[in-house]
Design a protein around this ligand. Sequence first.
Ligand SMILES: Cc1cc2nc3c(=O)[nH]c(=O)nc-3n(C[C@H](O)[C@H](O)[C@H](O)COP(=O)(O)OP(=O)(O)OC[C@H]3O[C@@H](n4cnc5c(N)ncnc54)[C@H](O)[C@@H]3O)c2cc1C
Length: 381
Amino acid sequence: MDFDWTDQETAFRDRLRALLADTLPDDWERFSQHGPASPALTRYAESFCGTLAEQGLLIPHWPVELGGQGLDPWHQTILAEEMWIAGEPRGGQYMNVNWIGPTLIRYGSPDQQARYLPPIAEGKALWCQGFSEPGSGSDLASLRTRAERDGDQYRVTGQKIWTSYAGLADTCFLVCRTSDDRKRGISILLVPMDTPGITVRQIPSLIGEGDIHEVFFDDVIVPVTARLGDEGQAWEIIGYSLTNERLGIPRYALARAALDRAVSILKAQDEFDGEAVKIEAAHCAALTEAARMASYAIVDRRAKGEAIGAESSSARFATVMAERRVCEFIVEYLPEALADAHPYLKMHHQRGIVAGIAAGAAEIQLNIIATDVLKLPREPR
Ligand SMILES: Cc1cc2nc3c(=O)[nH]c(=O)nc-3n(C[C@H](O)[C@H](O)[C@H](O)COP(=O)(O)OP(=O)(O)OC[C@H]3O[C@@H](n4cnc5c(N)ncnc54)[C@H](O)[C@@H]3O)c2cc1C
C-alpha cells in the first residue's frame, strides 16, 4: 500500500495554498470569527467562491458535463482539508459543493438540476437544511413538519430548529412528513426561502452571529415539482446526503493545524517544557492522525467505487474525539486564546465545541457503530 500523495495531488494542494495566501485578506483570522454564517462572512464567501469558480477550484470533483473536472475523491478531500485549515472561507457554500449539489445530481429532476446546479457551480447559491425539529434531532424519523398534498401542490406546516444559514439562504432542503409511515412517510421539498408563510428567527450562539435559527412554516404552498425524488424517498436520499456531509467536513485537519499553532505559540513563550504539556500535545496529535486515517479509509473506498456504510460513523466519531481533545488542550494551556489573543485558535474553538452534535450527535454514531459495524445486540441479554 502506498500512502504517499501523487505528484498531481501535491501540485493541487500547493495550488490551493497559493490561492489562499494570495486571496484571503490580511486580517482574515480575526475576520473569520464573525462565524461561518454571519452576514459578513457570507458576503465574503460569495466573492471568494466566485474566485474559486473562475479558477476551476469550486467543483473540481463534479462531472465534466456539469462544469467540474471529474477529479477523484482524493482531490475533493484535499480541497476540503485546505479550506477547513484556512477557516472555511467558502462560508455556507461548502455544503452546496459537497452534498447538496451531488444529491441534486443523483436525485434531482432535469428541471431542478437546470435551476439549482448552475448557481452552485458559480458560487452564488446559499442553501439551508431543514432536518431537525424541537424533539426530533437524533430521532429524525419522528419529525412532524407536515406537507399535505392538495392537487399539484403541498401545503407545509411545522417548525424546524438549529437550521444553519437560514437567515440568508435562498433555498431550503426541507425534510417533511407526507404520510404517517415513520420512515417511508418522509419526503424532501426544495423550498425557496422567500415563499410566503416562512418565518426565520435567529438563535444566539457561541459559534458566531447568524449561525442557527428556528424556521416556521405556516401554510406554505410548494408545488409538487419541488419534491426531490419520489414521495417517501427521503430516507434513502438523506442517507446519501449525510455520508457526503460527514466526509465533506475534515475537522481533523483544522484540529491538527490548531494544535500545531498552539504548540508553536507555547514554544515561543517558553511554556512547552513540562512533561505534562508534551504528553498531552502528543495525545492530541495521535488522535488527529487517527481520525485522518479513519477518514482516508472511507475516501479510499469511495475512490474505488465501493459502497460506504456505517464505517463513516467511525471516522466521524474519531474526528469528534480529536477535535474535543484539541479544544481542551487549548483551554488548559492557552486560555488567553479564547479571549482573543490568538484569533485562529478561537476560530477553531468556535467550530470545535459543536463537533459532537452538529451533523448528528456523537453518541448516535456510537449506536450505529455498535449495531451496524460491530453487530452487537440492541438490548442487553
Ligand atoms: C452548530 C449546529 C448547527 C446545526 N445545523 C443544523 C442544520 O443546518 N439543519 C438541521 O436540521 N439541524 C442542524 N443542527 C441540529 C443537529 O443536527 C442536532 O442538534 C443533532 O442531530 C442532535 O439533535 P438534538 O439537538 O435534538 O439532540 P437530541 O437528539 O435530543 O440529543 C441530546 C443528547 O442525547 C443523546 N442521545 C439522543 N438519543 C440517543 C440515543 N438513542 N442513544 C444515545 N444517546 C442519545 C445525544 O447524543 C445528545 O447528546 C445543528 C446543530 C448544531 C449544534
